[in-house]
Design a protein around this ligand. Structure first.
Ligand SMILES: *Cc1c(COP(=O)(O)O)cnc(C)c1O
Length: 415
């Protein structure tokens, strides 16, 4: 980054500081990952200079022959990776992908049935302060109080009673396998459209380690920067009959010019996801999550729903210490170099600012090459820090060990 260093030392220093922070800490945030140098190079390429409103071969600007090729390549790779009939690679993020689907097939006031944020859903599925909660009528399903899993009979009863125009399935904090075929049957029965938002699990879906919603759902939306390990962006997949409506909703409906440099980076990521090494990676992500959940459970920490099928878990902090909040846990762990996020657990009596749980995910650490032994080590550190209620000496000792582990498993940007 020699040009950045000479042209703008202030920004250069901040980039270096962030790289150092990432390299020196363990990232257990379930929605984060470390991208490859190739993805970063594409994101930083000359495509950032190009206006390309429209779609390949149908642009509103001249000079689009090369961006046409990169966008078409990205579309073709997305379709092949997920076995989809149509792909729109222009949404800027996961939320704007969902926005485009709603815009394509709903009128203001139409009803959406989605998972409640309190039980693991996403704010773009109908939270009152989000556009989705403001422009549409929202009904929410949660999880069963006992199993802490989605009760398909309860969802069916609710769908038949609410008669939504659209059903959302997908979550940000749900550790179990989603029954997309079951949701499709419910949607058919009540005459609703089905949208599967696979933002978190897209990498697992792409490698067939989680059942795919593509054969079942009218639309599939996702981010590209979580388990998919691409640049920070979004993607919509749909049946061919919705192709025109979706493309119109994204542009000119909601966006102007697409970010072709990010589309180039998405093409790189989709290419990498199609390689056998990526399936090996995703297998290890799941194995690591299981190992971490098992190790924490063996120390007496209750894992919500009793375990995990995917890349993340929710820890019920009350199980060892009635007074321990997610806010405290997040702060103490971060002081020791372990980054995670406080998270509400189902039926949490505490506020979103406090919470009774924390969410842990393994995509980023697995990218660094960590496997089960490191997960056990990590569980030990987490347990010790929380049991010591953030004791400064304990944190300082573990911070040193965390730094050693970080050095042994560098992030791609410093390799
Ligand atoms: C992360 C996430 C999104 C959207 O993410 P952006 O931050 O808008 O890119 C959408 N849905 C679910 C379920 C998510 O977890």
């Amino acid at each position: 980054m020699s040009h950045l260093e000479t042209d703008d030392k202030q920004v250069y220093d901040l980039v270096c500081a962030e790289r150092k922070r990432q390299q020196g800490m363990l990232d257990l945030i379930a929605s984060e990952n470390h991208t490859s140098r190739a993805v970063m190079e594409a994101t930083g390429s000359v495509f950032t200079d190009k206006y390309a409103e429209g779609y390949p071969q149908k642009r509103y600007y001249g000079g689009c022959e090369v961006v046409d090729d990169i966008e078409q390549l990205c579309i073709d790779r997305a379709k092949a990776l997920f076995g989809a009939e149509h792909a729109n690679v222009q949404p800027h993020c996961g939320t704007s992908a969902n926005m485009a689907v709603y815009y394509a097939c709903l009128q203001p006031g139409d009803k959406i049935l989605g998972m409640s944020l309190a039980c693991g859903g996403h704010l773009s599925h109908g939270l009152s302060v989000n556009f989705s909660g403001r422009y549409y009528t929202i009904a929410s399903y949660g999880v069963d109080e006992k199993t802490e899993m989605i009760d398909m009979d309860a969802v069916r009863r609710q769908a038949l009673a609410e008669k939504p125009k659209l059903i959302m399935v997908g979550a940000s904090a749900y550790p179990r396998t989603l029954d997309f075929a079951g949701f499709a049957a419910i949607a058919r029965e009540c005459g609703a459209l089905l949208v599967a938002d696979i933002a978190h699990i897209a990498g697992l879906v792409a490698t067939a380690l989680h059942p795919s919603p593509v054969p079942h759902a009218d639309f599939v939306t996702t981010t590209t920067h979580k388990t998919l390990r691409g640049p920070r962006s979004g993607l919509i997949l749909c049946k061919a009959k919705w192709a025109r409506e979706i493309d119109k909703a994204v542009f000119p409906g909601l966006q102007g010019g697409p970010l072709e440099h990010v589309i180039a980076a998405k093409a790189v990521a989709f290419g990498a996801c199609a390689k056998p090494e990526f399936k090996t990676y995703c297998r290890q992500v799941i194995a690591n999550a299981k190992a971490l959940a098992d190790a924490l459970a063996s120390k007496g920490w209750r894992i919500v729903s009793g375990g995990t099928d995917n890349h993340l878990m929710l820890v019920d902090l009350r199980s060892r210490d009635e007074d321990l909040t997610g806010q405290d846990a997040q702060q103490w762990l971060e002081a020791a170099g372990i980054v995670c996020n406080k998270n509400k657990i189902p039926f949490d009596p505490r506020s979103a600012a406090q919470t009774s749980g924390m969410r842990l995910g393994t995509p980023a650490l697995t990218t660094r090459g960590m496997t089960e032994p490191q997960m056990q080590q990590l569980a030990g550190w987490i347990d010790t820090i929380l049991a010591a209620r953030g004791d400064a000496a304990v944190i300082a000792r573990i911070r040193g060990q965390v730094s050693e582990l970080c050095e042994a498993f560098p992030i791609p940007a410093v390799r």
